[in-house]
Design a protein around this ligand. Sequence first.
Ligand code: FAD
Ligand code: SF4
Length: 508
Amino acid sequence: GPLILPVLGDQLSPGLASLRGVAKDDVVLLLAEVADETRYVPHHKQKLVLVLSAMRHFADEMRGAGWRVDYRALEDAGNSGSLTGELVAAVARHGARGVRATAAGEHRVCAMQGEWAGRLPVPVEILPDDRFIVSRAAFDGWARGRKLFRMEDFYRWQRRETGILMDGDAPVGGKWNYDAENRKKPPKGTDFPVPPRFAPDDVTREVVTLVERRFADHFGTLDAFNWPVTRAQALEALDHFIAARLPWFGDYQDAMIGGQPTMFHALVSTSINLGLLDPREVIDVAVAAYERGTAPLNAVEGFVRQILGWREYVRGIYFHAGPDYVRENALGATRDLPWIYWGGDSGMACFDAAFAQTRDLAYAHHIQRLMVLGNFALLAGVDPHQLHEWFLVVYADAYEWVEAPNVIGMSQFADGGLLGSKPYAAGGAYINRMGDHCRGCRYDVKAKAGETACPFNYLYWDFLARHEERLSKNQRLWTVYDGWRRFSAARQAEIRSDAARFLATLGG
Ligand code: FAD
Ligand code: SF4
C-alpha cells in the first residue's frame, strides 16, 4: 500500500518536509477537518473560515499538481472528530504501509503525534518542521548555558548566521537597531494605503455558511473577512505590502490611529503561519526592496527584525520552555478576564477600538495587542492563563507556539523575565504619544486621579505599588519607583483607591 502523509491545517506548504523526496503515485496526502481542532478553543469565526478554506484550496491545488489527496471534510459521514481517529481510518482504508508526517507546531498536537506509533499497525516517521529559519536544535544550542534569553542577542546571532543585511561581519548601514527612528506618529492627513481585497470564492462562501451554521456561538463577525486563502493571494498581499507600505513600516510601526486598523503593517502573519508563505522568502523580498532603493533601511531592518528576530525567537522559546509555560504566573495575577474583552464598550477609546477591530477583522496590530489589550490586563492583574486563551481565540494568526510567548512572556511578564527584561507596563501618556485615541475618549489622559482620569494612569501606579517588593529590585525600574516614592502618602492612597474603585467595575 501507499504511505500516508498527514498534512495539518497549518502545514499548507508544497515544500513541507514530509512531502519532499517521495513519489506522488506512492503516497496519499491526508487532510482532515476535525471537530477537536475546531473546538480546542472556541476560535474566532474568521480563523475557522481562514483555516478551513485554505485547507480546501490547498487540497485542490495539490490534486491539480498530480498528488493523490484524501480530504475529510468536517461533516463527512463517519468523521471521527480527531486527527488520530482520521489517520487510523485512513491507514486501514488505503491499506497503507506506513505514515510519514511533519512535526506539529504545538505541544498538544506533538503529543498526539507521539502516540501514533503505538496506535497504528504500521511504521510512523515524524520529520522536523524545517519551515523555520532556526531549528529547534539550533535554538537549544544557543540557549544552552545562557541565563537570559534576550531577543537582541538571538537576532544578532541570526543576522550573522544567515548573512541577511550583513556587510561581512558588520550590519548593513553600521547599526543593528533603528528602533529609535521607528517611533513616529503619522502626521495629520497621512494617506494610509488600502490593502488589496480578496473577494470570497465559492469554496470560501461554502465554508462561511458552514461556520455560520455550526459555530454560530463563536466570537467574531465574518462580514469583513479578507484573508488570503491561497498562496497566490498571499503573494499578492505581500507584493502590495512591499510596494505600498514597507517604505513607512519602520517610521510608524508603533503608532495607533483611530479608524486605521492596519496602517503600514504587513498583514502576512496568517499566511506565514499557515505555510502559504515562507518566512525566508518574505525577508528576501523586503531586503530586495532595500537593495533596489524602494524602501529605507530603518523600515527593512525593522521588518526583518520582526520575522528573523521575534518570530523565530518566540518559536524557540516556546519549545525550549515546554508545555507548562502557559500555566506560568510569576506575578500571581488572579483576576478573571474582564467582560470588556468580550463585549468592548469599556469607555476607554483605545481599548474599544482595539476590541472592535479584533471582533470584526480578527486582527489588531502589535502595539494594540501589547500596549492596549495586553497592558491593560497586566495593570489590572488578570489571570495570564485566561488572557492566553483569549488571545488564542480572537486572532486569525493565533497558534499557541507564537501566541503564548507573546502573551505569557512579553505582555504579562508571567514567566518572571525569561523573555523580557521588564514588564511592558505603561500609563495613558504612552498611548497618547503613539496615537490619536485620547482626543475622542471619555477619559482625560492628562488627569492622574479622580472619576474622569484615564484608568491606565492610576492602574499603572497601582500595578507598580502592588509589585513593589519584586519589581523595585529591577534596575530598569529604579527611576520609576523613585517617582512613586516621591508621591505624598495622600496621593498614593488616592491612586490606590481610584484603582480599587475602577477594578471593582470590571467583573468576570
Ligand atoms: P507586522 O507588524 O507587519 O510584522 C511583520 C511580521 O513579523 C508578522 O507578520 C509576524 O510574522 C512577525 N512578527 C512581528 N512581531 C512578532 C512577534 N512579537 N512574535 C512573532 N512574530 C512577530 N503573532 C502571531 O502570528 N500570532 C499570534 O497569536 C500573536 N499573538 C500576539 C499576542 C500579543 C500579546 C502580542 C504582543 C503579539 C502577538 N503576535 C502574534 C505578534 C504580532 O503582534 C503579530 O505577528 C502581528 O501583529 C501580525 O500582523 P502583521 O502581519 O501585520 O505584522
Ligand atoms: Fe486610552 Fe486613556 Fe487615552 Fe482614553 S485617555 S484613549 S483610556 S489612554
